[in-house]
Design a protein around this ligand. Structure first.
Ligand SMILES: C[S@@+](CC[C@H](N)C(=O)[O-])C[C@H]1O[C@@H](n2cnc3c(N)ncnc32)[C@H](O)[C@@H]1O
Length: 272
């Protein structure tokens, strides 16, 4: 799926030296997000053959992918023409354009439609954040976390990508924000005790394993607290989430700034 967030020409293939282990695993297990998997194997393999340091990093950083990395490289040509090598690099970079843009978080505000077109009032209309302790899961560059911080007592921004955590920490320091803390964490393994938060929110994070993810969001939410899925506005058609509505989440629909449907969701956590 093309997101239109990057011009791959702006990126060195060495950008992949900034990927996290879970990203390398996800990329190799899926063959990138584009449809042509054969093209992905050819391009990634040829680019890695031209960049042994990146191949070394992938295998050391993500040992469970080492055999896959070797196989993709063995099946691909060793190119010598610089233009052919660059073509292979560009396909690999655009095939995971979200991962690629996370290596330059400062570009997200202008390039990512879900940030560029979004109005924070959409979050405020979903839940009263005043004085609350809030968790933003998969916080990215902090779209939801920094909006919530304008009203909440405390916001914890959990994010598994190091470049994005650093981006948020630098913004906090630069702007003297006192009530946001940034930390690592996967949606399926949040580093908090049960029932910690009044509000647990996310945007564009859920969907790999709905049952496991929702169970973990619910675990860290107080009974009576709110679970929120607040997306940004998209330039593409957005689909509703039957995975949430079928589990009792309320759907809140609006037509976004690009004229496309946006579906947000909320549910009050009830435990015991
Ligand atoms: C499209 S971005 C959305 C960022 C932010 N939530 C927003 O809406 O502005 C998706 C985010 O989810 C994070 N992410 C990806 N897989 C994740 C996982 N398994 N657990 C937690 N976060 C994840 C990514 O690193 C990225 O920051």
């Amino acid at each position: 799926m093309a997101l239109g967030w990057i011009n791959p020409e702006d990126y060195s293939f060495n950008s992949f030296l900034l990927l996290e282990r879970f990203q390398i695993r996800s990329m190799f297990n899926s063959g990138g997000w584009r449809n042509d998997k054969a093209q992905w194997r050819h391009s990634m393999g040829a680019a890695l053959n031209a960049h042994p340091a990146v191949a070394w990093y992938f295998k050391r950083r993500c040992p469970e992918c080492a055999a896959l990395v070797d196989a993709v490289m063995a099946d691909a040509p060793t190119l010598t023409d610089a233009a052919e090598i660059r073509k292979a690099e560009l396909y690999a970079l655009i095939s995971v354009e979200d991962f690629t843009i996370y290596t330059t978080p400062e570009k997200m505000a202008t390039n990512c439609d879900f940030i560029r077109g979004w109005n924070k009032e959409r979050l405020f209309s979903l839940v009263d954040l005043t004085g609350k302790t809030v968790l933003d899961v998969g916080a990215g560059s902090g779209r939801l976390a920094f909006a919530a911080a304008e009203k909440a007592a405390w916001v914890y921004a959990s994010e598994p990508v190091g470049t994005l955590r650093e981006f948020m920490r630098e913004k906090i320091k630069r702007e003297g924000i006192k009530n946001v803390r940034v930390l690592d964490g996967l949606v399926t393994e949040l580093p908090f005790p049960d029932g910690t938060f009044d509000v647990v929110m996310s945007g564009h994070v859920l969907g790999d394993d709905w049952a496991k993810e929702i169970a973990e969001l619910t675990r860290v939410c107080k009974s009576g607290g709110w679970l929120i899925d607040c997306r940004g506005d998209s330039e593409r058609d957005m689909k509703p989430s039957p995975e949430l509505t079928s589990r009792g989440w309320e759907e809140i629909h609006y037509v976004g700034s690009f004229g496309k449907d946006v579906y947000n969701h909320r549910k009050q956590a009830r435990k015991g």
